[in-house]
Design a protein around this ligand. Structure first.
Ligand code: SAH
Length: 352
């Protein structure tokens, strides 16, 4: 019989499993959950306060895997990249980004990605496999455990490797663990899931959990988006914007629209005007990401700073929030769209 990975289970699921399968009680299950996610135990034997018989039953029926950092790289700008080695040899990455009082962890949801966006290094790899809920949530726990006393990750963004909504089945229990006050206890206001726009999955996410949504829009017409994001063939830009308009948002919350800017492709003020029109009626903010050039897509270039500024000004002057994402961690290949195949000290990320 396959053993259960207890770190894939939300508190409710763990309780159900321990009650039904092990004949334990709910209180004990909560204690186990806390030892896992609050104390970060790596062995059932370390579960202080849990009865010996329960620990033994768990050790027989379950596993308790821990992500292992293969390489940790520090950027000159303070960004830190963790390269995790998974049990089957694949590697994934998380990026820790200090920014003023914020400490954001950019997390991965898949090994590789199936979305094949024509500018993204992860997309170029194709999808190797989905991450388990355990592998997703453990990125936050293991990074947190490397930080000094009193320093806490403040924000989580699913903008690392993978399309999180393509792995919603595992993303949801991982988010439940991350948000649980007996788990990692992140506020739903500080957790953002970024998507290429898997329209039906957006509604499913909203129905399950109240996290922030970011949409990588990246283009302003169907033709333009088709050229860089194949998902547009399945879900048109119009369909995506309708889904964004229908997305249930609590008062005061806005959807973030990410817009990667490419020189001479989508960076004119006509593009800005079209994007502004697309966003009409949606509580939105725009996050411009000047393209991080990479050797995979040599024909794509980053616009100059003045072009980005003018684009930003278009929105700000019309009262729409618009920020520019500063490039971080370029020297360690940790910037947006660089995760995946970069060579690091002889290691080829995500591949053996
Ligand atoms: N699959 C999800 C999350 C991962 S990508 C999504 O697409 O939203 C996170 C962001 O990085 C996306 O907005 C994506 O468009 C952007 N991105 C990808 N490659 C990039 C690159 N080379 N330069 C700048 N941004 C990039």
């Amino acid at each position: 019989m396959d053993r259960v990975d207890v770190k894939c289970l939300s508190r409710d699921a763990l309780t159900r499993w321990m009650v039904d399968e092990l004949g334990d009680d709910a209180g004990r299950a909560v204690r186990v959950f806390k030892r896992l996610w609050q104390d970060g135990v790596t062995d059932f034997a370390q579960m202080d306060g849990v009865a010996r018989a329960t620990r033994e039953r768990l050790a027989e029926r379950a596993v308790l895997p821990t992500l292992e950092a293969d390489v940790v790289l520090d950027s000159a700008d303070g960004t830190r990249k963790f390269l995790w080695k998974l049990h089957d040899g694949y590697r994934i990455e998380s990026v820790l980004i200090p920014d003023g009082h914020r400490l954001t962890l950019c997390m991965s949801s898949q090994v590789g990605c199936a979305m094949a966006c024509h500018f993204c290094v992860t997309g170029d790899m194709g999808l190797k496999r989905h991450l388990t809920a355990s592998e997703i949530a453990d990125q936050a726990l293991q990074v947190q455990r490397t930080l000094p006393e009193g320093v806490r990750i403040t924000n989580l963004v699913f903008m690392g490797m993978g399309e999180p909504l393509h792995n919603l089945k595992n993303l949801i229990p991982a988010l439940e663990i991350l948000l649980d006050d007996h788990g990692l206890n992140f506020s739903h206001r500080k957790v953002t899931v970024s998507t290429v726009g898997l329209v039906p999955k957006m509604a499913e996410l909203a129905a399950a959990l109240p996290v922030n949504l970011a949409i990588s829009v990246n283009a302003t017409t169907e033709e333009q988006r088709l050229q860089i994001m194949p998902i547009t063939r399945k879900h048109s830009l119009a369909e995506l914007m309708d889904a964004a308009r229908a997305f249930p948002l609590p008062p005061g919350k806005r959807i973030t629209f990410e817009y990667v800017m490419f020189a001479g492709f989508n960076d004119t003020l006509d593009d800005a005007a079209r994007l502004f029109e697309l966003l009409r009626g949606i509580p939105a903010k725009v996050n411009l990401i000047p393209y991080n050039e990479n050797e995979h897509y040599r024909d794509l270039k980053c616009p100059d700073a003045a072009t980005v500024k003018a684009f930003q000004h278009y929105f700000v002057s019309r009262g729409l929030g618009c920020s520019v994402r500063t490039t971080r961690g370029l020297d360690i290949s940790a910037a947006c769209g660089q995760l995946g195949r970069a060579r690091m000290g002889g290691v080829l990320a995500a591949q053996l």
